[in-house]
Design a protein around this ligand. Structure first.
Ligand SMILES: CC(C)(COP(=O)(O)OP(=O)(O)OC[C@H]1O[C@@H](n2cnc3c(N)ncnc32)[C@H](O)[C@@H]1OP(=O)(O)O)[C@@H](O)C(=O)NCCC(=O)NCCS
Length: 179
């Protein structure tokens, strides 16, 4: 892995007006990273996807952007978001431009996002990951040591409780671990 970069990174709230950051980060992803992020060979962000990704409300859809100092400017290098469903489960999605991968940006983004989710009362996080996405699984394990991993339909389903899981479910999970 490349050495940690010495340029400064900052993390800030991603807002509905951050279309430029959204596009800049997308353009910094290689074909492999886009496939990993969108689970399909996406070549450009269509207007529907763009609108959906900009549709943050700081409650059920929360996003952060990581920026690296570049001269006098701050350049977007990564995004992380969660979208809460009706079961209080927050679906995670995140990406770091290829030029900045392996330098701790993903860890900082996800750590801060998880802290915000916890503070907002989110009970459970979920992520769907391609089985060959070693980096994403390593990042999730790093930030969410309590996670549970399940393989289903050729994908890896990751769940992490930010509070204690309901008693019945904890029992089932404990049984599964013993088995
Ligand atoms: C997944 C992704 C966000 C990770 O971000 P990153 O900034 O490169 O990750 P970090 O440098 O913060 O590393 C976080 C941890 O994962 C580990 N890691 C990162 N890349 C790794 C790799 N390729 N192989 C093994 N471990 C890796 C690091 O060692 C680190 O663990 P440590 O703190 O114990 O050393 C980034 O690779 C990415 O954008 N990939 C493409 C999009 C994607 O896969 N999104 C997720 C969809 S589910």
């Amino acid at each position: 892995m490349r050495p940690r970069h010495d340029r400064r990174i900052r993390i800030r709230r991603f807002t509905r007006t951050d279309e430029e950051a959204l596009v800049t980060v997308f353009e910094g992803l290689s074909a492999a990273s886009r496939r990993a992020r969108y689970m399909a060979p996406v070549e450009d962000l269509g207007s529907a996807t763009r609108s959906a990704l900009l549709d943050v409300d700081d409650q059920s859809h929360v996003a952060l952007v990581a920026e690296a100092r570049s001269g006098r400017r701050w350049e977007p290098v990564g995004l992380a978001r969660y979208v809460v469903d009706e079961h209080h489960r927050a679906e995670l999605a995140y990406e770091v431009v290829d030029a900045w991968q392996g330098r701790g940006v993903g860890r900082r983004l996800l750590t801060q996002l998880v802290d915000q989710a916890r503070a907002a009362g989110v009970e459970r996080l979920h992520a769907t990951v391609l089985p060959d996405n070693v980096a994403s699984l390593a990042l999730l394990r790093r930030v969410l040591p309590q996670l549970r991993v399940r393989h289903a339909d050729g994908l890896v389903e990751v769940d992490a409780w930010l509070t204690e899981p309901p008693l019945e479910l904890a029992d089932v999970l404990a049984d599964l671990q013993v088995a």
